[in-house]
Design a binder for this molecule. Structure first.
Ligand SMILES: [Zn+2]
Length: 485
């Protein structure tokens, strides 16, 4: 290149750069006009959605007790013209809200249960709103309201004749306890969906290609024979001995399982007083691995272990599976569509006050005061093993192609299931996450309604990765354990 040409090249660069910077190309997506309409609909409802979220944040009802929370969402859906079926799958706080008719049928999941004991005001210092009361430490108040918002966005487009099909919002209770979705799955409530979407409050924005862990939840009981522990202990058989042999064996097994396995338990009953040979002992245990097949293997080993422990102690052993979940079956085709829409929406915007609020929480919880993550996490084509943690969205993902989103609603690295999440979920940081999630979900649904090829891609990948697996949840026969009060 001679000097003359170089000069021209430099000149061109200067001329072209502002042009590139101002072009809208980087934000362009398919069906942009329709997405703008959907975005405007979220904005039109955002005051109501935030109010709904704050209301549910205030109720802070725990698993299967979410009466006021589910009513607030179901009533709003009904007011918007959805047909609402309440109390589905034997759970008074589960509901399905439907609008439109015919195919495609797209579902969107909403949760609203809180966690016990972590009540907190919407402030940057640890300060319970009601000492000892529950709080929304997983941000499910935002989860339910944002998903309903996205469903309303689609409903308005169906109503206006801009797209065809059915939108269904699933009010799914008790994610934190029994996994309400597994009971809804058992009833076949997700079977006719073409695609399902879900999101979760988080400390970052991402189109999630990470899976979650599969889990089984079980109770191990031992029944022995009581006797005076000093006068005639030879007449007794200790249920606690059985339990101790069992936990010893379980803990020895840790050396002989894959590093992806997690096993944790609590002893719920181990006898009453030292001078009575314990007649009854009970342990609650969760087994997890990256895949359901791994958990099935663990369960088989643990069942034998309980039997062996019972034999050794001369007591009866019983293992009862209470529930569990599959790992997330990630659908990359769906996640790519979502990712494009995140790029179209762009990073989140927080004010200086909001960043300061986040930093104050980070200092209080001894994590680096980096503030809030506003950027979209790069798409991860090759995720490794999932981090610890499970969700009942995993079950849905084995029935229908499922897309999963995470959105910033709390400070980076802040402890989860803890007061910082409650605090941010009740103020503008969480509210912004709610609106952002709603927009990302509605834009993604526009792609799914308007382009049948997108749905086809998701379905093909789903069939290839499920590889003929027929969904069968872990929950036992019988109704869900709904509390009486
Ligand atoms: Zn959660």
């Amino acid at each position: 290149m001679n000097i003359g040409a170089k000069r021209i090249a430099i000149l061109l660069t200067f001329v072209l750069l502002p042009g590139i910077a101002f072009t809208k190309e980087s934000r362009s997506v398919p069906f942009e006009k329709e997405k703008q309409t959907a975005e405007a609909s979220i904005e039109a409802h955002q005051t109501d959605l935030i109010q709904l979220s704050d209301e549910i944040w205030g109720y802070a009802e725990t698993a299967l007790r979410e009466k006021k929370s589910s009513k607030a969402l179901a009533d709003y859906a009904e007011k918007q013209g959805f047909k609402v079926e309440r109390g589905v799958a034997g759970m008074p706080t589960a509901f399905v809200a439907t609008f439109g008719e015919g195919k495609p049928i797209i579902g969107i999941l909403g949760e609203y249960d809180a966690l016990p004991g972590i009540s907190q005001t919407a402030s940057a210092v640890k300060e319970p709103l009601v000492a000892g009361a529950p709080g929304h430490g997983c941000g499910h108040n935002l989860f339910g309201a944002a998903s309903l918002g996205a469903a309303i966005g689609i409903k308005e487009m169906i109503q206006a004749g801009k797209l065809k099909g059915t939108i269904r919002f699933y009010g799914t209770p008790a994610e934190e306890a029994i996994g309400g979705k597994t009971y809804m799955a058992r009833e076949g409530l997700f079977n006719d969906l073409d695609v399902c979407l879900a999101w979760h409050p988080a400390t970052e924005i991402s189109s999630d290609t990470d899976s979650s862990q599969a889990i089984v939840d079980l109770i191990v009981e031992f029944k022995g024979k009581a006797a005076h522990a000093a006068f005639d202990p030879w007449d007794g058989r200790s249920a606690l001995d059985g339990l101790e042999i069992f936990t010893h064996a379980l803990n020895m097994m840790r050396e002989h399982v894959k590093p992806t396995v997690r096993m944790h338990y609590v002893i719920q009953k181990g006898g009453d007083v030292p001078n009575v040979v314990p007649e009854y002992a009970r342990l609650w245990c969760w087994l997890r691995d990256s895949k359901r097949t791994g958990v099935d293997e663990l369960l088989e080993r643990v069942e034998k272990m309980a039997e062996g422990a019972g034999l050794a102690a001369g007591v009866e052993a019983k293992v009862t599976v209470q529930g569990g979940s599959y790992e997330m079956l990630v659908n990359f085709a769906g996640q790519r569509i979502l990712y494009k829409n995140l790029q179209w929406l762009g990073p989140m915007k927080f004010t200086e006050e909001e960043q300061q609020f986040a930093k104050q929480i980070q200092k209080a919880t001894n994590v680096s005061p980096k503030g809030l993550n506003t950027e979209i996490k790069p798409f991860n084509e090759h995720p490794g093993e999932p981090q610890g943690g499970s969700t009942d969205v995993g079950d849905v993902s084995w029935i229908v192609p499922t897309i999963h989103l995470s959105v910033t609603t709390a400070p980076a690295d802040a402890p989860w299931h803890a007061w910082p999440v409650v605090a941010c979920g009740g103020m503008s940081i969480g509210h912004k996450g709610l609106v952002y999630a709603s927009k990302a979900l509605v834009a993604t649904m526009v792609d799914l309604y308007l382009d049948p090829e997108n749905r086809e891609k998701l379905r093909k990948e789903f069939e290839a990765s499920a590889n003929g697996t027929v969904y069968k949840g872990y929950i036992p026969d019988g109704p869900p354990p709904v509390p009486e009060d």
